[in-house]
Design a protein around this ligand. Structure first.
Ligand code: HEC
Length: 276
């Protein structure tokens, strides 16, 4: 009887142990889950509050309370070593101390460079200067200030590094293209402008003897577009925001039709001269 009881009791306790083991497993699973949750939340808090610099925020760490630190004096950061300053600026210091532009490329112009320049020019410059560089691109045809004609005497006589400088800093109504064009690309475009200038003023003597040369006029006529060989004019739909003011040197022109009520001329500007 005793034995029986003890067997029974041991069976019973084994059963109850089984139950409590299951409960324990469940509880410890829940506890582990909670702990993980707490841990994760705690982690995030730690990283959130860790000492670090936020852009443009103050900091108690430095005496001047600036989070953004000035560069350590007399150090050169990565990509800051611009030893060839002409390559990066397009100017040298002239004898008089002022910046001076040169008619010199900082690296040899290969066919590859010209092709790259042509591609970049066609992407970034043609909207205003047009593919041939006459300054009457699509945007100008819709009212932007006429861009410089790269074939007029002023532009032809500018040194090549002037083009680099204009691309780097903008010029008058023209924005700068330093963000879009790395220095090497700006030089490639400048070289291509020279090629463009040559191409637009080419004569039959410029091609090797014996190579047949056909005039643009003939080619345009053959293709049924004789007008392509004529000098471009802005279409009558071109609306200029400002009339041509000779004293300001703006190369703009009077609105296509000053009588058109759709064309509003700002009151602060003089009314356009009567169409000549
Ligand atoms: C959004 C239109 C626009 C684009 C795009 C543009 N230009 Fe111009 N550019 C102008 C205008 C307008 C002028 C004349 C500025 C003035 O008179 O205010 C000008 C003037 C110039 C000049 C003459 C500067 C001088 O000293 O006479 C050069 C060279 C030139 N651009 C080169 C470029 C090159 C190269 C690109 C492409 C990287 C380019 N431009 C893209 C509008 C543009």
């Amino acid at each position: 009887m005793e034995i029986q009881f003890s067997v029974l009791s041991s069976q019973f306790s084994a059963f109850s142990f089984q139950i409590s083991a299951r409960r324990f497993a469940l509880r410890s699973f829940a506890a582990a889950g909670m702990a993980t949750l707490l841990l994760v939340a705690g982690c995030r808090q730690d990283m959130q509050d860790q000492p670090k610099m936020m852009p443009q925020r103050g900091s108690e760490m430095f005496a001047d309370h600036r989070g953004a630190r000035p560069q350590v004096l007399n150090t050169v950061g990565r990509d800051q070593l611009h030893e060839d300053s002409y390559f990066y600026t397009g100017v040298v210091q002239g004898a008089n101390g002022y910046r001076q532009e040169l008619n010199v490329m900082p690296f040899p112009v290969t066919m590859e460079v010209l092709k790259r320049g042509q591609e970049r020019f066609n992407i970034y410059c043609t909207p205003c200067h047009s593919r041939v560089g006459n300054g009457l691109g699509e945007i100008v045809q819709r009212g932007y200030k006429p861009a410089a004609n790269l074939h007029d005497q002023v532009r032809l006589s500018q040194p090549i590094s002037h083009y680099f400088y204009v691309m780097s800093h903008g010029y008058g109504a023209m924005p700068d293209y330093s963000a879009q064009l790395a220095p090497a690309d700006r030089w490639a475009v400048a070289a291509y402008i020279r090629a463009l200038q040559l191409s637009q003023a080419a004569t039959p003597q410029d091609v090797p003897a014996g190579v047949p040369v056909e005039s643009l006029k003939n080619i345009a006529a053959q293709q049924g577009h004789a007008e392509f060989a004529e000098p471009w004019a802005l279409p009558a739909t071109a609306i200029q925001a400002y009339p041509h003011i000779a004293s300001e040197g703006t190369p703009g022109m009077a609105p296509a039709n000053p009588a058109d009520p759709a064309i509003k001329i700002p009151a602060s500007k003089p009314a356009p001269a009567a169409a000549k």
